[in-house]
Design a protein around this ligand. Structure first.
Ligand SMILES: C[S@@+](CC[C@H](N)C(=O)[O-])C[C@H]1O[C@@H](n2cnc3c(N)ncnc32)[C@H](O)[C@@H]1O
Length: 322
């Protein structure tokens, strides 16, 4: 194996690939540096992979191809692009592994299931069958919860109801290390992922709880500063179009009854019991549900209801104060 260092042992990366910040010397492992010796190159493998993904209807085929090849090579996407620029070779074993991952993705298995990892804020979370793949829009919800916790002195308490991979809970526990955080999940298929990610993070301020969000943690009633939740909120009849979601995200993570708000109704009441006066509830929902969520929260006695937009300008999170 040849090790290629970005700091110049075997040549220098182009400026755009290095970035403007000085960083540590990064090692790029490539089985072969010669395209001829390997029989194929990174560039041609990517082009072939992206063409197959495009034919299977994958929306951003080159992005997925780069991420899948990066997964095989242990490289980030930028380093894969640098390897294309340098016209690097690809060993037969890596080429075969890449082709296998492309096959899986062609069958519309979610990219994150194929690689086994989902990135969320600063976290790399293990995901797979049985657990909801955390989405970028939920980073907004986690950010609102973290910001609130950072404004609370002492040792605030936060609860993530319906934790799945643990994305929101781990973000709160790692970004607000002075807080005590509880991750609640009741699905027997999802909870092992909550546990696995919590154990891997080894955060002393995080606890996982296997229980229903409608009754979890009664010992914390009136003592919680933030309840954050991305509950199932898809209306029963609104079956998602994308096969990645329809076939691979668990039903318990998606569907929230006829209008999608069944879980919101339960958690608005449960959170009102958990949260101390002045505390916050933050709930993710669909872009057309903000009025419905507001009505549910106000009906449960919450005040100062506010809607928050995602990067595309859609109301996706509603907060309220106790
Ligand atoms: C949309 S997923 C969100 C997962 C994770 N919080 C995230 O944002 O990626 C909803 C989660 O709530 C869980 N859930 C649904 N109903 C629940 C209940 N009654 N009690 C506890 N968890 C529940 C599901 O199993 C699923 O993991």
């Amino acid at each position: 194996m040849v090790l290629l260092h970005s700091c110049g042992v075997r040549g220098r990366l182009p400026a755009y690939a290095r970035g403007s910040r000085p960083g540590p010397c990064v090692t790029f492992p490539f089985v072969n540096t010669s395209r001829e010796a390997a029989g194929t190159g990174v560039r041609s493998a990517l082009e072939r992979g992206a063409a197959r993904l495009a034919a299977a209807g994958i929306p951003d085929p080159m992005v997925d191809a780069e991420l899948l090849l990066g997964h095989v090579l242990g490289l980030g996407r930028g380093a894969v692009q640098a390897a294309v620029v340098m016209d690097r070779g690809l060993g037969d074993e890596d080429a075969a592994r890449f082709a296998g991952l492309v096959e899986r993705r062609m069958r519309r298995e979610p990219l994150q299931h194929v690689t086994g990892v989902a990135y969320f804020r600063s976290l790399a979370l293990a995901v797979g069958p049985g657990v909801f793949v955390p989405r970028p829009e939920t980073e907004l919800l986690a950010g609102l919860a973290v910001d609130h916790l950072l404004g609370v002195p002492g040792q605030p308490v936060a609860v993530d109801l319906g934790s799945g991979s643990g994305a929101i809970a781990l973000a709160m526990a790692s970004e607000a290390p002075h807080a005590r955080v509880f991750a609640v999940e009741y699905s027997p298929a999802a909870y092992p992922w909550t546990l696995r990610n919590a154990r891997a993070a080894a955060l002393p301020n995080l606890r996982t709880v296997f229980d229903d969000l409608g009754r979890a943690l009664p010992e914390l009633d009136g003592r919680v500063d933030v309840v954050a939740s991305n509950p199932p909120y898809v209306p029963r009849a609104a079956v998602p179009h994308d096969p990645e979601v329809r076939l691979h995200d668990p039903e318990a993570a998606l569907y929230g009854g006829e209008d999608g708000l069944d879980a919101v109704r339960v958690l608005a009441v449960r959170a009102a019991r958990l949260v101390r006066p002045g505390g916050l509830v933050a709930i993710e929902h669909g872009e057309e549900q903000s009025a419905g969520v507001r009505a549910v929260l106000e009906g449960a006695g919450w005040h100062a209801v506010a809607h928050h937009r995602d990067l595309t300008g859609r109301d996706r999170v509603t907060t309220a104060l106790r």
